[in-house]
Design a binder for this molecule. Sequence first.
Ligand code: GLA
Length: 381
Amino acid sequence: MRELFAGVFGPGGTVRHFMSPGRVNIIGEHLDYNGGYVFPAALSLGIQALVRYHDGPQIKMRSTAYPDERIINLENPIVNDGSGGWWNYPAGVIRHLTDSGHGFTGADILFDSSLPEGAGLSSSAAIEVLTACVMLRGEPADDGERIRIAVLCKNVENRFIGVQCGIMDQFAVAMGKKDHAILLKSDTLAYSRVPFNLNDHSLVIMNTNKPRKLSGSKYNERRAECDRALAEISKRRPIGSLAEATMPEIEELADDILRRRARHVVSENSRVLASVDLLKKNDLPSFGMLMTESHRSLRDDYDVTGFELDALVSASMDTDGCIGARMTGAGFGGCAIALVKSDKTDKFIESAGAAYKKTSGIAADFYITDVADGVREIPGQ
Ligand code: GLA
């Protein structure tokens, strides 16, 4: 990549190297804007950046995946160009950092990603958090700094990009720890890092390869439905977030859609806490069952799965060695995960892949990746 950098931006100077992981959410979906618990982990797949700082007002950005160079001029207002292009994410981070009082000079930045884009593994959070560290010229000094960066990047997503996401992705990418998942309470940001040890099982990440078109607007629609359910329940008993509702309160909701959305939120929240306990006790079969229940709830109550994710999850469940499977991330396409006996993963990938292809006509991609550290600088050679 250093050769590539010199080829693109010219040789010389000090070039620094940063890495930001993607994330997978183990369980706890669509809870991070409902005050619930989530349980994500950072991945060894991610986005790297090489950077050389210089004087002058220009930030030149290139991605190894796309042909053209993107230039941000720090003397001009930084705005979202509405194209949906990747450069809007770093642009938004630079804008928010500048607005919060940071002063920058120019830089040449080359991005390179091993994360499938639009697959629900948080390539957007990865590039946001990565850009923050690149611009701040170092990895965060401590967890407090990591959390501040995560919150800033979430605000970029909400205000600059226009997706009303919660904090989970940016938090996981900034705070990840090798071989640990993070139990995060999304409203207070109380967190603990829990050893993530699957013993003789592996977590297989499976990309449906169905692009998540419309995911932004559908996502915002779910969020609005949850806000309405919260407002309804709060008329009788004021609660701070939908995750605090009780099942009897939810069953009293007159609107069927709101009732189902809220039911997912509350049932999923208890599944997260139960999963963490089961994993601590090493009870993988019961944890696998909760994964599968989570998928059912996302399919039947929350309505964010769709044909391809359902097909991939059933193909997985029908395959020998798999003890649990669910979609992960926002849904509407993207990735699912399966818990598979490690000595059966090769066969699993072959058989589940063939069954999914038969039903959907699409070839899925499979990844077995490690759980890795959060954003970091990689010391120069
Ligand atoms: C996306 C969002 C997250 C979270 C998940 C669903 O990844 O960015 O904030 O809401 O969907 O759990």
